[in-house]
Design a protein around this ligand. Structure first.
Ligand SMILES: NC(=O)c1ccc[n+]([C@@H]2O[C@H](COP(=O)([O-])OP(=O)(O)OC[C@H]3O[C@@H](n4cnc5c(N)ncnc54)[C@H](OP(=O)(O)O)[C@@H]3O)[C@@H](O)[C@H]2O)c1
Length: 216
């Protein structure tokens, strides 16, 4: 499988790259800083310079051409303000998905977050939740085989391989390593297309977390 990751130097992205490279998949990682190329290569990915806030739809469609799957794992990150929540968490996600559709990529996974629809009173966090929600809504409009993954609060703890997944709201935290394992699982589970899953730590092995949607 050839996977293209938007935000390829992110923590979840690098963990996912390592897992996929070890199972023999090819990972193309879009990063905005050439000094990150070494980290991507060390994880087993092939870096491509691409700032998601200034790239064109044509450039994105070109890099996505021939991909079997695309993963949006970028984020404006802590310390960013309201404007970058919109340009990255909404705008870049939307442009990446539209470009994946133009390039006829057959599978798409988007990292979102729990808490969509909540209003906390924190201006920046609420802008983040709105941006993530708008990115989800935009993706659902596209004729892509998308799956939206909404992790809870991320930690850098070691992965446990044990999770709780639900199409209903969940609250809690989850190690980034377990998010990466779930992404790897979703990429080989096309029957999860069209679903939105919340994810926190739990007691179910990742391989059993997505019962066949055909039997539901
Ligand atoms: N933090 C939480 O508790 C939490 C909870 C639920 C969901 N999430 C979501 O989980 C996802 C990934 O989390 P993470 O911890 O892996 O994030 P991360 O380590 O902050 O990675 C995000 C990546 O996005 C990249 N990026 C930002 N703007 C970009 C641009 N214009 N062009 C190209 N790349 C750009 C960053 O690049 P640089 O390395 O160059 O900065 C960074 O590598 C995000 O979508 C986040 O919103 C987070």
């Amino acid at each position: 499988m050839r996977l293209v990751i938007a935000g390829g130097h992110g923590k979840i992205a690098l963990l996912t790259t390592g897992l996929l490279a070890r199972r023999g998949d090819q990972v193309v990682s879009l990063v905005r800083n050439p000094s990150h190329f070494g980290d991507v290569r060390a994880a087993g990915g092939e870096p491509v310079l691409c700032d998601l806030e200034s790239t064109t739809a044509e450039e994105l469609a070109a890099v996505l051409g021939g991909a079997d799957a695309a993963l949006f794992a970028a984020g404006a990150g802590p310390g960013s303000g309201v404007a970058r929540k919109d340009t990255v968490d909404r705008g870049a996600a939307q442009q990446f998905a539209v470009s994946a559709l133009a390039a006829e990529v057959p599978r798409f996974v988007q990292i979102s977050t729990t808490g969509i629809g909540r209003v906390t009173g924190d201006e920046v966090f609420d802008a983040y939740l709105r941006a993530k929600g708008a990115a989800e809504d935009g993706l659902r409009e596209l004729a892509l085989a998308w799956t939206i993954l909404r992790p809870g609060r991320l930690t850098d703890d070691p992965g446990t391989g044990l999770v709780e997944v639900s199409e209903e709201p969940l609250r809690g935290s989850v190690p980034r390593a377990d998010v990466a394992a779930v992404v790897a699982e979703l990429l080989r589970r096309p029957d999860t297309a069209g679903r939105t899953y919340e994810l926190v730590s739990g007691s179910t092995p990742v391989a059993d977390a997505f019962p066949s949607t055909r039997s539901r």
